[in-house]
Write a protein that binds this ligand. Structure first.
Ligand code: HEC
Length: 200
């Protein structure tokens, strides 16, 4: 019995919740609320999230499927200036205004809807996550430099890139030698110095 309990506890604590989080599809009610709230976004981003002359696409956008903080902050503070979306540098006069008047639940719902529609697939957004970033409201519109770079972001060729912050390029640059090689070299050098000193 004790052995059984000992086996069960790690399963209950670790494995079960971890796999449950990933497998859960977005809540149907949340998706319904999100779809209603999306009407506002659709005015600029299009009913199918494909983008319009007024705004870039949300369908398969790296930003939509990337770190959730970006999405929440974009909605709470808006966004302005050049932004790469799906390999193209885009810029819109005035950018996107903040849409912070919705409740935490409504923002969580609309972002969950966007992250699970139009071919997108990303974990649901919770009201708690939105609440945690409410202090962002009232700050100036975000720019590319304020955002966390999503995995797999495609930077367009430099000719079509106006004045993108260098931070983006730094993040995307190959980092040269892997750090462990440098660390190993330092250790080896130290050992060599010690060895030579001892001999001489
Ligand atoms: C009044 C027009 C307008 C509305 C309404 C609007 N947006 Fe935007 N959105 C924009 C523009 C313009 C940009 C590009 C900003 C820039 O120039 O940097 C943008 C950029 C974005 C981006 C980052 C780029 C991308 O394509 O992934 C996301 C994500 C986004 N909006 C989500 C939303 C969501 C969610 C809503 C609804 C809650 C919404 N937007 C409502 C105009 C709008």
């Amino acid at each position: 019995m004790k052995i059984f309990a000992a086996l069960l506890i790690p399963v209950l604590l670790g494995i079960a919740p971890a796999s449950a989080v990933e497998a859960v599809p977005p809540d149907a009610e949340v998706m319904k609320t999100g779809k209603v709230q999306f009407m506002i976004c659709a005015a600029c981003h299009g009913q199918t999230g494909a983008g319009t002359a007024a705004a870039p696409p949300l369908a398969k956008s790296e930003w939509v499927n990337g770190p959730v903080e970006n999405l929440i902050r974009i909605q709470l503070r808006g966004l302005v200036g050049p932004i790469p979306v799906k390999g193209e540098m885009r810029e819109y006069a005035g950018g996107m205004a903040p849409l912070a008047y919705q409740s935490d639940d409504q923002i969580a719902a609309v972002l969950t809807y966007v992250r699970n529609s139009f071919g997108n697939s990303a974990p649901a957004v919770t009201a708690e996550q939105v609440k945690a970033l409410r202090s962002e409201v009232g700050k100036p519109q975000l720019t590319l430099a304020d955002l966390a770079m999503p995995e797999g972001l495609v930077m367009p060729g430099s000719t079509t890139t106006p004045a993108a912050p260098s931070k983006v390029y730094d993040d995307l640059k190959p980092s040269g030698f892997p750090k462990w090689i440098i660390a190993a070299a330092i250790v080896l050098l130290g050992a060599l110095v010690w060895f030579l000193k001892r001999k001489g």
